[in-house]
Write a protein that binds this ligand. Structure first.
Ligand SMILES: Nc1ncnc2c1ncn2[C@@H]1O[C@H](COP(=O)(O)OP(=O)(O)O)[C@@H](O)[C@H]1O
Ligand SMILES: O=C(OP(=O)(O)O)[C@H](O)COP(=O)(O)O
Length: 391
């Protein structure tokens, strides 16, 4: 890796702007899984110990360039302050007077957390003006948001144009080193599992993964678009209508390599206490929605996974946050935990699911990035890493 890392720059008494991924699962204003916060601590603690002024910034959810009260970072600041054992000054805007004043008051070792970067329309557009405003707060830029390295946004890419040095933090360094080994020459059979809800984001990687993997298992919300592509009724299930044609092409191209659900757990509403039943994929009725994979599917997936020597998994197999629809995700996690194989789990929710099942220490690597790790496994460059300063 010819990119500068934290150890390549002097940060003492410097204002250091650190992009972290604090896009954590949250319910009713409480962080329900703190993996991503925990993963950012080595870099933050190092900077504190080195006497830097640590200015953190992060996105949370997808507020589309507007302030959304429920997507403020205050609950995250609280968890972070507890973990660091020190005050975290949280600002209510990302740029402007308040952050400038907060930064001006900082002493060595202090920590400021800026408000959700995505409240600003310039963030996702990678707007140079917004990037400049962020950069003006600091001397050095550190990116440690591995989960957002596949995004070329103002806080992950544009900002690097306006600071003297842009380096990667310990988390990104560790993710790239650990997963780099698996990417180069995976032990085979190499099986990829894709689920979750970010269908339009992730369906694109399936094509290139089909070239690399020996089998590709599809579950979770992602599977519904493939069920629809087979001409079957999907009721009220999460389906990405404009990706059905792509799913059809992928089914034709992949042949045996693509492993799809044969049965699903359907519910009559999106609720933990909804009525639910197991049906074959051709038995989903109007008014019902598929929220988990069924027992036949679990058995079929297990059969494929048993022989695997490398497994990459991103995206839960169902709405695991509700116990009634967590079976598929838990079972796949258990199967992976028992394998004699390299197992790499990626993504905020997937990591949360494995943690919830208590199986995190049975996996080779839990990556903090879902989309980012998939892009890495595709062999494509990560734009937020590309823009960092060369050594
Ligand atoms: N069948 C389904 N219908 C609706 N949502 C689903 C379904 N299966 C999984 N999900 C949801 O997908 C979300 C995680 O998706 P995603 O963000 O793509 O994963 P990750 O964060 O691991 O990258 C979870 O909140 C889960 O409830
Ligand atoms: O949660 C994230 O990605 P992931 O769900 O693919 O792991 C990252 O924080 C990126 O978020 P985004 O997909 O809204 O850009």
């Amino acid at each position: 890796m010819n990119k500068k890392t934290l150890k390549d720059v002097n940060v003492k008494d410097k204002k250091v702007l650190v992009r972290v991924d604090f896009n954590v699962p949250m319910e009713e204003g409480k962080v329900t899984d703190d993996t991503r916060i925990e993963a950012a601590l080595p870099t933050i603690n190092y900077l504190i110990d080195e006497g830097a002024k640590v200015i953190l910034m992060a996105h949370f959810g997808r507020p589309k360039g507007e302030v959304k009260e429920e997507l403020r970072l205050d609950p995250v600041a609280k968890v972070l302050a507890n973990k660091l054992g020190k005050t975290v000054v949280k600002t209510d805007t990302t740029v402007g007077e308040e952050p400038k004043e907060a930064v001006a008051k900082m002493e060595a070792g202090d920590v400021v957390l800026l408000e959700n970067t995505r409240f600003n329309p310039g963030e996702k557009k990678n707007d140079p003006e917004f990037a400049k405003q962020l950069a003006e707060l600091a001397d050095v830029y550190v990116n440690d948001a591995f989960g957002a390295t596949h995004r070329a946004h103002a806080s992950t890419a544009g900002v690097t144009e306006y600071v003297e040095d842009s380096v990667m933090g310990f988390l990104i360094q560790n993710e790239l080193e650990t997963m780099g080994k698996a990417v180069k020459n995976p032990d085979r059979p190499f099986v990829a599992i894709i689920g979750g809800a970010k269908v339009s984001d992730k369906i694109g990687v399936i094509e290139s993964l089909l070239d690399k993997a020996d089998s590709l298992i599809i579950g979770g919300g992602m599977a519904n678009t493939f069920i629809a592509a087979q001409g079957l009724e999907t009721g009220d299930s999460l389906v990405e209508e404009d990706k059905i044609d792509l799913a059809k092409e992928l089914i034709e191209k992949a042949g045996e390599k693509l492993v799809l659900p044969t049965d699903v757990v359907v519910a009559d509403e999106f609720a933990a206490d909804a009525n639910n039943k197991v049906v074959a994929v051709d038995g989903i009725e109007a008014g019902w929605q598929a929220l988990d994979i069924g027992p036949d599917t679990i058995a079929k997936f297990e059969e494929v996974l048993k022989a695997a020597k490398t497994v990459v998994w991103n995206g839960p197999m169902g709405v695991f946050e509700m116990d009634a629809f967590a079976q598929g995700t838990n079972k796949v996690a258990e199967v992976l935990a028992g394998l004699d194989a390299m197992t790499i789990i990626g993504g905020g929710d997937s990591a949360a699911a494995v943690n919830k099942a208590g199986l995190d220490d049975k996996m080779t690597h839990i990556s903090t990035g879902g989309g980012a790790s998939l892009q890495f496994f595709e062999g494509k460059a990560l734009p937020a890493v590309e823009v960092l300063s060369d050594k």
